[in-house]
Design a binder for this molecule. Structure first.
Ligand code: GLC
Length: 450
């Protein structure tokens, strides 16, 4: 749901006790029928989940791509609804959408350079325009301005770089005649659900093996209305090894925290999706770019807590990638070149407290990713393990350390950060790295009584 974009307004409304009225997520939910109890998980999907998800867990970092008619406008992917553009006017964009050939190859090259292992592209966003070839509507790329199947090009480009392709698909549809009527008219629902399931069937049939199906926004139907179980069953019949997210009103294989990093309870898989500025689709004047440091820190936090990071680009209508996105992703890729060991195959890490660093772990190995370089010494409070040896991850240079009951200090470090935007020290320990700062607060020596 598009919460974050307006969260500032919602927060001030909250002070007046009216946040729910301002919040578009509430407005959407408010119009939806009450959620029925969640259906029990499908035993076949449960049984194959661990094996189906292995590649994705190892992949850790993916590229999200929002691309459609809104990319021609350049005022955010919600422009059709946010500016209440009439369907007839909006449709004209379909003829103006003329991407350069094989734009997706540049995205795939950039993703590879950035250390991303999979790519998820919008096959149809809320606007209803299909980037793929479909028999079910003429409102699709091959029959409009592009004159070709953009999803096919995307899949080919991902494969060419050894990346796994995934499909984003919005259930909500602002263009289809039954896209809203389906909530109140059974004949319309039947037509619309057949249309949507038909698309999903085409996507799962015509492009070879697909890694991820990434549903979005289930407004205005519920799990029964969408026939979500039947939909997922079809998906798994056609693509037995695929993984699906949780946005078709079912739990799916993984959760999708949006614009925030929140681990799921009970070890359930999750992927934090995030924009590089404040928009998913191309937004000409949105200059609120995240820095490489912010992106690396987010990636580290996802890795620390056992999640994936799906980071978005919003190409222009011609398919070109805004330069700031290129710069940030290339910088992240350079960092990952020397720091990959601390990201991809890590296990959840319970060491968290530091104002200067974040942490990841594999077995008894602790990676301290220092984003605010403290100078000659870096200390971790309350270690519950003994450090046996330490070195710089990128250069392999040994690092001296001193440990006592309350802390371990890495000493003799250079005055300025040796790596950018984050420096990683790797420490081999005598057990799983753990931290107890409560113990430090309670048991440390206090000042002598005056
Ligand atoms: C939200 C937005 C949408 C975006 C998606 C990505 O659901 O409506 O524009 O595609 O989040 O997670």
């Amino acid at each position: 749901m598009k919460i974050s974009r307006r969260s500032a307004i919602a927060q001030s409304a909250a002070l007046m006790g009216a946040a729910h009225l301002m919040d578009p997520a509430f407005q959407l939910k408010a119009q939806q029928p009450a959620a029925p109890p969640a259906p029990p998980p499908d035993p076949r999907q449960e049984a194959t989940r661990a094996q189906r998800m292995k590649w994705w867990r190892d992949a850790r970092f993916g590229m999200f791509i929002h691309w459609g008619l809104y990319s021609v406008v350049g005022r955010h992917e919600w422009v059709m609804e946010d500016e209440a553009i009439p369907v007839k006017d909006y449709e004209l964009l379909a003829k103006q959408f003329k991407p350069k050939p094989n734009a997706a190859r540049d995205w795939a090259k950039l993703a590879k350079q950035a250390g991303q292992k999979y790519m998820v592209m919008t096959t149809k966003h809320h606007e209803g325009f299909c980037n793929f070839n479909t028999k079910l509507t003429d409102y699709c790329a091959p029959k409009q301005g592009p004159g070709r199947d953009l999803v096919a090009e995307f899949v080919e480009a991902a494969h060419a770089e050894g990346l796994t392709p995934g499909f984003y698909y919005s259930l909500m549809d602002w263009h289809h005649p039954d896209g809203a009527l389906c909530a109140t008219d059974e004949a319309a629902r039947r037509r619309f659900v057949d249309y949507i399931h038909g698309h999903v069937r085409e996507l799962m049939t015509n492009y070879g093996k697909i890694g991820v199906l990434w549903y979005d926004v289930s407004w205005p139907l519920n799990v029964q209305g969408w026939e979500s179980e039947k939909m997922n069953k079809m998906v798994f019949d056609l693509q037995p090894e695929i993984i699906v997210n949780n946005r078709n009103a079912l739990q799916g294989d993984f959760a999708t925290p949006e614009q925030r990093i929140t681990a799921e309870a009970g070890g359930r898989a999750w992927e934090s999706c995030m924009t590089l500025n404040d928009s998913w689709g191309y937004q000409t004047t949105d200059d609120n770019w995240k820095s490489p440091k912010t992106v690396v820190r987010n990636l580290v936090t996802c890795a620390r807590d056992g999640g994936n990071y799906l980071l978005n680009i919003g190409p222009r209508g011609d398919g070109s990638i805004p330069e700031p996105s290129v710069e940030v992703l290339q910088a992240v890729g350079k960092w990952l070149d020397g720091n990959a060991a601390s990201i991809y195959k890590v296990e959840p890490c319970s060491v968290k407290r530091s104002a200067n660093a974040n942490f990841t772990r594999i077995g008894n190995t602790l990676y301290s990713q220092i984003h605010f370089w403290p100078g000659e010494e870096f200390a971790i409070s309350g270690p519950r393990m003994k450090v046996l040896s330490a070195k710089m991850l990128r250069t392999g240079m040994p690092v001296k350390f001193i440990q006592d009951d309350l802390r371990v200090r890495f000493v003799g470090l250079p005055k300025t950060a040796p790596d950018s935007p984050v420096t990683t020290i790797v420490a081999e320990c005598d057990g799983e790295p753990k931290q107890d700062t409560d113990n430090v607060r309670k048991t440390r020596e206090r000042a002598a009584v005056a």
